[in-house]
Every structure is written in structure tokens, then in C-alpha cells.
Design a protein. Structure first.
Length: 79
């Protein structure tokens, strides 16, 4: 499947031990394509603008796994 990169994944922990986590996945849309991007057909899909600095790291599998601490240190290095 053709996808954009980077993909930002955010996990919002559930409120209790038996509550499900909320997984939010964000896909980058280049500014020059923003106006022509497909319109969402579900209320669960929406556009948002992100402002800030992002540390991007490529993974071969799901992230971060056992390398989570190392990846955090790399991100902190870039401030």
C-alpha cells in the first residue's frame, strides 16, 4: 500500500486497568497537496495542523520495542 512518511503514532493510555488504549495515527500531507487531499468520510478521520519539531526514526517493525530508550536518547540529542 502506498503511504506517506512520516507516520506519527500516539497512544493515549486507558483510564484504568481494564480500559482500552486509544491509538491515534497521523499521516503527513505535504502542503502542496493539502487542498486536493481526499475528504474524510468518517467522523473518526479528521485533518489537523501540527506545529512543532518532530524527530523521525525509521523502523523495520512496530516501534519502539526493546530500543525505546535508545530512540528516546537520540531524540533528546536533537533537542
Amino acid at each position: 500500500i502506498d503511504m506517506t512518511a512520516p507516520v506519527l503514532t500516539k497512544v493515549i493510555p486507558g483510564q484504568g486497568p481494564f480500559c482500552k488504549n486509544i491509538l491515534q495515527v497521523s499521516f503527513f500531507v505535504p502542503p502542496e497537496l493539502a487542498e486536493s487531499a481526499p475528504k474524510p468520510t468518517s467522523d473518526d478521520v479528521f485533518f489537523t495542523t501540527f506545529q512543532g519539531t518532530v524527530f523521525v526514526h525509521s523502523f523495520q517493525t512496530m516501534a519502539p520495542g526493546p530500543n525505546g530508550e535508545r530512540i528516546t536518547q537520540e531524540a533528546e540529542h536533537f533537542g
